[in-house]
Structure formats: C-alpha cells, structure tokens
Design a protein around this ligand. Structure first.
Ligand code: C2E
Ligand code: CA
Ligand code: CA
Ligand code: CA
Length: 279
C-alpha cells in the first residue's frame, strides 16, 4: 500500500527514481572531479566604471564534466554541500584562486584582489583558517590580495562560531565581504560585529532599479549603512548603463555585472576576449 506522511514512506515515481540515480551518479562523478582536473575557476571583474580599471576579480566555480557537460554551480553546489564534498572542492578553489592571483601579481597586476565564495559547511569546518594560511604561504601571496565572500545566511547558520572563524581570518589579513546583502536575516547588531570590509548589494535590488523607485531608496539605505560601518560597497548584477550611472551616483565603490564583464577563464580576462557564457 502507498503510505505517506511523517513515519511512512512513499513510493518513488519511475522518473523520480532516475532522478535519484542521476543525483547519485552526479555525486560520484563530482567526487572524482578534483583529481581528474575537471574543475575550473571563471573570473568576473569588479570595476569602478565600465572603462575604468579592474580592482578585483571574483572566482566562480565551473565543472567541465565529460558525462554531464559544462556545469555552473546551480547544478551541483547543493549536492556538494549536502555530501560534504564542498570541503575538498572549496579547498581546491582557495588554492587555485591564490595560485592564479600570484600569476597576475607577477604579471604586474599588483592592485588586484581575488574573491572566493565560501559555503557555511566550509566555515564550520575546523581547518579553514589553516587552509587559507597555507594557500597564501605556498603561493607567496600577501593576505590583502584575498577576499572571502560569505552570505548573511552562511554566517548566521552558527553565528557565534562563524564570528570566531571570521575574526581569525580577518586577523590573518584577508578581507571579508558580505555577499547577497539584503537577502538574509542578520540583525544590524550582528552585522556590526562581523569583521567585514566589503558589502555586496544583491542583484535582486539592481535588476529593477530605476530612479525614484523603491529599489533606489533601499540601495541608498544599504550604502549609508555600509559606509557607517566603514565598508566598501559593491553592486552586483549590473547589466545596463542606466543602472551603472545611478549606482555610481549613489556612491557605490565598485560594480560587477554583465555590463562590465562576464565571468570567463583566467586567460581571457579582457572583456572582448571572453566569449559570452551559455546560461
Ligand atoms: P554569487 O556569489 O552571488 O555570484 C554571482 C552570480 O551571478 C554568478 O553566477 C555570476 O555568473 C552571476 N552574474 C554575474 N553578473 C551577472 C549579471 O549581470 N546578471 C546576471 N543575471 N547574473 C550575473 P554563477 O557563477 O552561476 O554562481 C552562482 C552562485 O554559486 C554564486 O552566486 C555563489 O553563491 C555560488 N558559487 C560560485 N562559485 C562558488 C565557489 O567556488 N564556492 C562556493 N561555495 N560557492 C560558489
Ligand atoms: Ca559571490
Ligand atoms: Ca552575490
Ligand atoms: Ca547570489
């Protein structure tokens, strides 16, 4: 009989069965992805203005899988987190971003920084501080060239423990950036305690931004808050020159988005050289 509910079980529909199998296959393949050299970092510039210099780059994970194709994080990140694979993958990301940053540094881009996204699972893992310290040492990179991006919800999952780790990372000299700002539920009191240097306004506020609408008022408030807390303000998801002009006028320190440059492989950083990424 078909039973459902709390203590019951439910039959999988045939298509659900294949779905589960696909997820299992995906997880198995993801486990191999690191040493099979299938992971890659794409980089997206943070800039002051479209024709201005690059100030930093955000590393965004890609998986070129021989069986599943070219995958963006939405296809495998939650799997990586639930399986714990995000820890070795995240360590690889930190190390690879530092290695690449050192290459750019040696090429004369001494004013760039590279930003890496962190999951809550990584923040809760005891070795994170050591991993970051070792990567910086190994690639002879000054800590100030590394930015760690965390979302409010990442930090809030275990707020006190996160604060401790973030303080240790900050003491190393790396920068902390609060990603997707405005989408989480952290209190202002908690925000004040975070050792963050940068605040990224979530794309959700930028998409429908127009002069005089609610989003403009919210962005103004976020910028005022961030500046009060002595943070650098970055707007993400900037796609039009109207958005760019307004965000610059409102006082954003840096912009990120398709207008300024799409994520692309490390080799092709010039906007013209980066082929449009398939969505
Ligand atoms: P995020 O950190 O908020 O990164 C920004 C996302 O928006 C990226 O998607 C980027 O490609 C996309 N984007 C950039 N500019 C624009 C724009 O103008 N318009 C639109 N519509 N989108 C834009 P992506 O690369 O697919 O990454 C998605 C999310 O996956 C990231 O969101 C981040 O939370 C996570 N992620 C990426 N790489 C890593 C990683 O190495 N580790 C962890 N833990 N998470 C990662
Ligand atoms: Ca980010
Ligand atoms: Ca973001
Ligand atoms: Ca996001």
């Amino acid at each position: 009989a078909k039973k459902q509910g709390r203590n019951g079980y439910r039959f999988f529909e045939p298509n659900m069965n294949t779905d589960v199998r696909l997820q299992m296959q995906l997880q198995q393949d993801l486990r191999q992805a690191i040493h099979r050299d299938e992971l890659e970092l794409y980089y997206q510039p943070k800039m002051v203005a479209p024709d201005g210099p690059v100030t930093g780059l955000e590393a965004l994970l890609r998986w070129q899988s021989p069986t599943h194709g070219f995958l963006t994080p939405d296809r495998f990140l939650s799997l990586a987190e639930s399986s714990g694979l995000i820890v070795p993958i995240g360590n690889w990301v930190i190390n690879e971003a530092c290695r690449q940053m050192k290459v750019w540094f040696d090429q004369g881009h001494g004013d760039w920084s590279v930003a890496v996204n962190l999951s809550a699972v990584q923040l809760e893992h005891t070795s994170l501080v050591d991993v970051v310290r070792t990567a910086l040492e190994e690639h002879e990179l000054a800590p100030s060239h590394l930015v760690l991006e965390i979302t409010e919800s990442t930090a809030m999952r275990d707020a006190e423990a996160s604060l401790k780790v973030l303080n240790q990372l900050s003491a190393l000299g790396v920068s902390i950036s609060i990603d997707d700002f405005g989408t989480g539920y952290s209190s202002l009191l908690y925000l004040k305690r975070l050792p963050a240097n940068e605040l990224k306004i979530d794309r959700g506020f930028i998409t429908e931004l127009a002069q005089g609408n609610d989003d403009e008022a919210i962005i103004q408030a976020i910028i005022a808050l961030g500046k009060t807390l002595d943070m650098k303000i970055v707007a993400e998801g900037v796609e039009t020159s109207e958005q760019q002009a307004l965000l610059t006028r409102l006082g954003c320190d840096a912009l990120q988005g398709y207008l300024l440059g799409r994520p692309g492989p490390a080799g092709g950083l010039l906007k013209e050289a980066v082929p449009p990424e398939k969505a």
